[in-house]
Ligand binder design. Structure first.
Ligand code: NAD
Length: 352
């Protein structure tokens, strides 16, 4: 990868390569865009196959955070960090070293928990920096609010594509019954939707079957079900050339990050199949809304109010995409870029 060319093309402001000599600790912090405010993005710890993979991941995820914040209309920018390590070798010393790197950015980057970082790890990082959010005792974790946001997004999609004001009788296939998927099933069930679910954990499918009368299917059967909505709440990259041809649903609306394996190609294939795709970073912004509220002083009611923007923003994206004959992915990207450009103009005017 040609580093500066890639960074220029993707629009990053700063990429910090962190190395603690004594611990041989390695991390990369990427600040994509801070026009709207300090870069926010969680920290992922992963045993990457190569440093190139780590860099690719952090650059893509940090750019996604910029778009997510802009579409959610929250005054923060986009960032992300990856710690390159085996999760089994995670130590408090390592997390504290990482906290010192975060602190060195003096608030230009505010982080939280992602894969392999627990609320307890966040507390350890916090010993070195105040620029970390998501400590569980404050907000209760982001999943319930993310699930609520996805549910509101589902309602927007149902209004737009199926011309219905509620989800009663709508058939939804949910892939992944973790923290978000499980909460989403609850909202769907309580509002009269019919659930079809899958997970690699038998315990989780049994629970949802028992709680909400869901029909359980094998993981490879979830794509081809005769349902109205496919809701990916497990893995990234699951909208691809192998799965899209199987999908019978007319709406894709779920929490998983980076659902489109290739944003342009697979966005277009979905559009060609007349499948309404809810851009992942718009519909799953509840987690970010949650941590943002924690940062400015947690208020659950305000956070839930901000969630309603997900519904309205998606409706705006759907109609822009229809009018401009572009994919919903492209429409959401343009909406975010418009908002960032306006913020830059305002800043420039204020400085003039
Ligand atoms: P989680 O780890 O709690 O749940 C994921 C679930 O998917 C697990 O139950 C797992 O067993 C299941 N799964 C894994 N592979 C599967 C497969 N092949 N088929 C079916 N099920 C499979 O994660 P989560 O917090 O519920 O998040 C779900 C997705 O939403 C992730 O992609 C995450 O990045 C994204 N997301 C989560 C939040 C949040 O607030 N937690 C916010 C934004 C985005």
């Amino acid at each position: 990868m040609k580093l500066f060319e890639t960074v220029k093309e993707m629009g990053h402001e700063q990429v910090l390569f962190c190395h603690d000599k004594d611990l041989d600790f390695k991390a990369i912090i990427a600040l994509h865009d801070t026009s709207l405010g300090p870069a926010m993005g969680a920290t992922r710890l992963w045993s990457y196959a190569s440093e190139q993979d780590a860099l690719r991941d952090v650059l893509r995820l940090s750019r996604g955070m910029t778009y997510k914040a802009a579409c959610a209309n929250i005054p923060v920018g986009g960032g992300k960090a990856v710690i390159i390590a085996n999760p089994d070798n995670k130590t408090d010393e390592m997390l504290r070293a990482y906290g010192r790197f975060v602190n060195s950015l003096k608030g230009r980057f505010i982080t939280g928990q992602d894969v392999n970082i627990t609320p307890q790890d966040v507390s350890t990082i916090r010993q070195e920096t105040n620029y970390v959010v998501g400590v569980e005792e404050k907000s209760g974790g982001p999943a319930p609010i993310t699930a609520m946001g996805v549910f509101l997004g589902v309602k927007a999609a149902v209004e737009f594509r199926l011309n219905k004001t509620d989800v009663a009788g709508i058939k939804v296939a949910v892939q992944g019954l973790g923290n978000v998927g499980k909460n989403l099933c609850k909202h769907l069930h309580e509002n009269g939707a019919k659930l079809f679910v899958t997970d690699i954990s038998r315990e989780k499918t049994d629970e949802i079957k028992c709680l909400y009368g869901a029909t359980v299917v094998e993981p490879n059967e979830i794509y081809s079900l005769d349902v109205d909505i496919f809701s990916p709440c497990a893995l990234g990259g699951i909208l691809n050339s192998a799965t899209i041809p199987q999908i019978k649903a007319s709406i894709v609306a779920g929490a998983a990050n980076n659902q489109l394996e290739d944003e342009v190609l697979h966005g277009k294939i979905l559009e060609a199949k007349r499948i309404l795709y809810c851009p992942d970073y718009v519909i799953n912004a509840g987690g970010l809304i949650n941590v943002y509220n924690e940062m400015i002083g947690y208020d659950e009611e305000r956070a839930f109010q901000q969630l309603n923007n997900i519904h309205d923003t998606l409706l705006e994206i759907f109609s822009r995409a229809q009018k401009q004959e572009i994919t919903t992915h492209e429409a959401s990207k343009r909406l975010a870029e418009d908002r960032i450009l306006k913020a830059k103009h305002l800043k420039a005017m204020a400085l003039a």
